[in-house]
Design a protein around this ligand. Structure first.
Ligand code: UT7
Length: 314
């Protein structure tokens, strides 16, 4: 096999929307602070829908868009940091709901960079001949980790899911998923913390902000180099949706020419491992990207881990 490609995307967000004004009733905050510091206007919050519900909805849409069925899938990977159940894992639960027969099914937790890690492992499995067609899902119920009295976190995060159908390409075809650049700074791991049995998220916001705006652009550039493409040739840039100021700082440093930059954080907040497939799927659905367009995905966050790759738009 010469590699794999994304054939379709899908996404799902729970219907309940919280505005900045809604949050200003709960904590000492205001719309102006949230918009100027983070860029968020709204976020979706799950009520009565589980993590598996969100992941399954997104996966069903991706499958429908791909024209394939559950029977065609032999690998399911879910990137998430908010799974409550240890067994069965989220991937197995989603596979059971969809009726996927006998898949390899596993979860990955590298927090906000999870989708790019999951996509890389699916691509590697397909290249190795261990799978032919995968569902790769990023799904989060970040609201489970929120302290609704902590203004430094409860205004930032949201719930949602995005999914991709990934399949093998024939010999000689140009790879639709480029080489991954991944790594971490484990010595800085305590900058984003979600620990314990009833976990609450906390982060050293400024430390993560500094790391993201000073260290990541060269790594994102490396992902382009490894795919044999100059950043100025990118048609799309879909980074993790943590903060509009971080997204714009990395985009500026990359010297993008006429790439569409995903700014879904404005509507969806930070949905951790779901943010990249969610934002990517929306850009494709709105026709802002076209089939074959080179798009740089770049995830970063807790760990502090990062991963990115250039993919061809489905
Ligand atoms: O996705 C996982 C990876 N995480 C990230 O990438 C996050 C990166 N960091 C960030 O995006 C930003 O650091 C935050 C959005 C988290 C915070 O923005 P900031 O500009 O770094 O604010 P800060 O934490 O330095 O706080 C500045 C002030 C403080 O008040 P004092 O001490 O200056 O009086 C905070 O108490 O803003 C205050 N503050 C708020 N004020 C109104 C913190 N949260 C709020 C709030 N509303 N919601």
């Amino acid at each position: 096999m010469s590699g794999s490609r994304i054939v379709a995307l899908g996404h799902y967000q729970p219907p309940k929307v919280l505005s900045n004004d809604d949050l200003a009733v709960l904590v000492d905050t205001d719309d102006e602070w949230i918009r100027t510091r983070v860029g968020i206007r709204t976020r979706h919050i799950a009520e009565g829908e589980s993590l598996v519900d969100l992941a399954t909805e997104a996966a069903q849409k991706a499958l429908a868009h791909s024209g394939r069925t559950a029977e065609d899938i032999d690998l399911v990977v879910v990137a998430t940091c908010t799974a409550i159940e240890r067994s069965p894992n989220t991937a197995a639960a989603v596979a059971a709901r969809l009726g996927v027969r006998a898949p390899a099914a596993y979860d990955i937790n590298t927090v906000c960079s999870g989708f790019s890690y999951a996509l890389a492992t699916a691509d590697h499995a397909i290249r190795a001949g261990a799978a032919r067609r995968a569902l790769v899902i990023g799904a989060e119920r970040m609201s489970d980790t929120l302290d609704w009295t902590d203004r430094s976190t409860c205004v930032i995060f949201g719930d949602g899911a995005g999914a991709a159908v990934v399949e093998a390409q024939e010999e000689g075809a140009e790879p639709g998923i480029g080489p991954v650049v991944w790594g971490s700074q484990p010595e800085k791991g305590d900058a984003v913390v979600i620990t314990g049995w009833d976990p609450v998220i906390s982060q050293q916001g400024q430390a993560v902000f500094r790391w993201a705006t000073t260290q990541l652009a060269p790594l994102a550039r490396q992902a382009c180099e490894r795919a044999g493409i100059d950043p100025s040739e990118l048609r799309g840039f879909v980074p993790h949706q943590a903060n509009l100021r971080i997204i714009d700082a990395i985009a500026r440093k990359l010297g993008l020419a006429d790439a569409v930059v995903a700014r879904d954080v404005v509507d969806s907040g930070n949905t951790s491992a779901a943010s990249i497939p969610l934002a990517f799927s929306k850009l494709v659905e709105r026709g802002e990207l076209s089939p074959g367009d080179p798009v740089l995905l770049f995830g970063f966050g807790g760990g502090l881990a990062y991963a990115g790759q250039v993919v061809r738009c489905p």
